[in-house]
Design a protein around this ligand. Structure first.
Ligand code: GLC
Length: 504
């Protein structure tokens, strides 16, 4: 792969606790992941992004990091992580890990020191009274009181105290953490809550000072060569968003506008055009994201009357037509893989897993659920352990009882059941990723005018991607069909279907 492998990469997101369990405790781990590396190689991805794998009390699925330089014992050991990185590299798969610079864990050494010694509190935001009326993003106040009477800030759960980035020690700490992992071979970082680090009297979102942090991180990454920094930046303002992707800052950032966009031709066209207009002038490759560990699975989303995604209103429990959602998710997958730039695949989407909406409340672990008083179901429904094989739970996930229960209805969705089925979602992903590797990825696209309900464009390789989002079939451009997301009719492209073809 070239110096700029990340520009067109297909990146597979591994939510480790739910990927595969190697030691039978019901929680996914590095042993499980290492055993499944051949599956990922066969799927045809270029890189793995792992959610936090650090020691953590798991108050927020590992985004409450107690030690940035070690591995959660439930997941394995540091030595095992190093073996995993080497094994992935042997298969030509890059490894990207999560770094969480906005907040820590109440169990971290720094926070414990701060609790024990009021003179050691400047690495966090402590004050005698809540300094403002900010609400936690998970619900409730963003301030929690400690036994001696002071309060500390946490934009997320109380177990996740926010760092004070006005303190130079915090800068030094994170630069050192980046080096620690670069030296162990990781190929990049996904930066959690990347726009929230600085706080002022007026707020915390996207303050200008944050860019100095990423300029410095870019220098560090560049010392190691071929390493990538990926921002989790939820910002509606494209001009502000683009500032994170200036040539001396982050390499790429997730395209959440695309993820949140309804299954609607005009809206999608607008997002694609806006994405290209934002990225092209600064030379940053776009990313195409349909899903992740925080959002409702596409199969469920796209089967609803309202196909948008919003964190606040997750539309939990609204009726979803599974057949329609599945067909659209297939069409959306081919669309996302054909667009110029890098593409993300969240584990389980390649199996067409739906959101699990009927988890018993007492098993829900996402702090969003408890902190909203149950009003928001949270994100457990897209984090249910993967079904690998067999006819009943735990479907080859491991030998123990999975930490969240898997539905009986997943019997036909295991990787094993789909592997040899030419019509399965898994086969579609595998075939598409193989074609994408040679003919799509980084570059440019040219729209083809095929009507308002149709998104059609050609890539440099001559491959044309056509998606019909209208209610009925449309004429299909002449050309040899390379891959289709669903059955085709003679000379026509049915509703909610994408086809890849070559026109010359
Ligand atoms: C990001 C993560 C999410 C986490 C939050 C706080 O949005 O993707 O899972 O809860 O940050 O760290």
């Amino acid at each position: 792969m070239s110096q700029t492998w990340w520009r067109g990469a297909a990146i597979y997101q591994v939510y480790l606790r739910s990927f595969a369990d190697g030691n039978g405790d019901g929680v996914g781990d590095l042993a499980g992941l290492r055993a499944r590396l051949p599956y990922l190689k066969d799927l045809g991805i270029d890189a793995i992004w792992l959610n936090p794998w650090y020691p953590s009390p798991m108050a927020d699925g590992g985004y409450d990091v107690a030690d940035y330089r070690d591995i959660e014992p439930d997941f394995g050991t540091l030595a095992e992580a190093e073996r995993f990185i080497a094994e992935a590299h042997d298969l030509d798969i890059k490894v990207i890990i999560d770094v969480v610079p906005n907040h820590s864990s109440t169990e971290s050494a720094w926070f414990r020191e701060a609790l024990a010694n009021p003179a050691a509190r400047d690495r966090f935001w402590f004050s005698d009274e809540p300094a403002n009326d900010w609400q936690s993003i998970f619900g409730g106040s963003a301030w929690t009181q400690v036994p001696d009477g002071q309060w500390y800030l946490h934009l997320f759960a109380p177990e996740q105290p926010d760092f004070n980035w006005a303190n130079p020690e915090v800068h030094r700490e994170f630069e050192d953490v980046l080096r620690f992992w670069f030296e162990r071979g990781v190929d990049g970082f996904r930066i959690d809550s990347a726009a929230l680090l600085y706080k002022s009297d007026t707020g915390y979102e996207d303050l200008d000072e944050v860019h100095d942090v990423y300029r410095r991180w870019r220098e560090v990454a560049d010392e190691y060569g071929e390493r990538v920094l990926i921002g989790e930046v939820w910002l509606p303002d494209q001009e502000r968003f683009a500032r994170y992707l200036r040539p001396d800052e982050l390499h790429t950032a997730f395209n959440f506008d695309f993820l949140s966009c309804p299954w609607d031709p005009a809206a999608l066209r607008r997002v694609i055009d806006l994405t290209l207009a934002t990225h092209t002038p600064i030379g940053a490759p776009p990313t195409w994201v349909l899903s992740n560990h925080d959002v409702t699975r596409p199969v469920t989303r796209y089967g609803r009357a309202d196909t948008t995604f919003e964190h606040g209103g997750r539309l939990h429990g609204t009726p979803s037509d599974p057949e329609l959602g599945y067909r659209r998710a297939r069409a959306a997958a081919l669309l996302s893989m054909a667009l110029p730039g890098s593409v993300y695949v969240y584990q389980g989407d390649e199996l067409g897993l739906p959101e699990v909406e009927n988890l018993p409340d007492e098993l829900r672990q996402d702090p969003m659920f408890a902190r909203s008083g149950g009003a928001n179901p949270g994100r457990d429904g897209c984090r249910v352990p993967l079904p690998w094989s067999g006819d009943e739970p735990p479907y080859g996930f491991g030998t123990g009882t999975p930490w969240l229960p898997q539905p009986e209805s997943w019997r036909g969705l295991t990787a094993q059941a789909q592997r040899t089925d030419p019509g399965s979602m898994l086969t579609l992903y595998r075939t598409a990723l193989a074609i994408r590797r040679d003919r799509l990825g980084d570059g440019t696209m040219t729209w083809l005018p095929l009507g308002e309900n149709v998104l059609a464009f050609t890539r440099e390789s001559g491959l044309t991607c056509v998606t019909n989002l209208g209610p009925g079939p449309v004429p299909r451009p002449a050309g040899e069909v390379v891959l289709a997301s669903g059955p085709l009719e003679d000379g026509a492209l049915p509703s909610d279907t994408t086809v890849w073809l070559t026109t010359s």
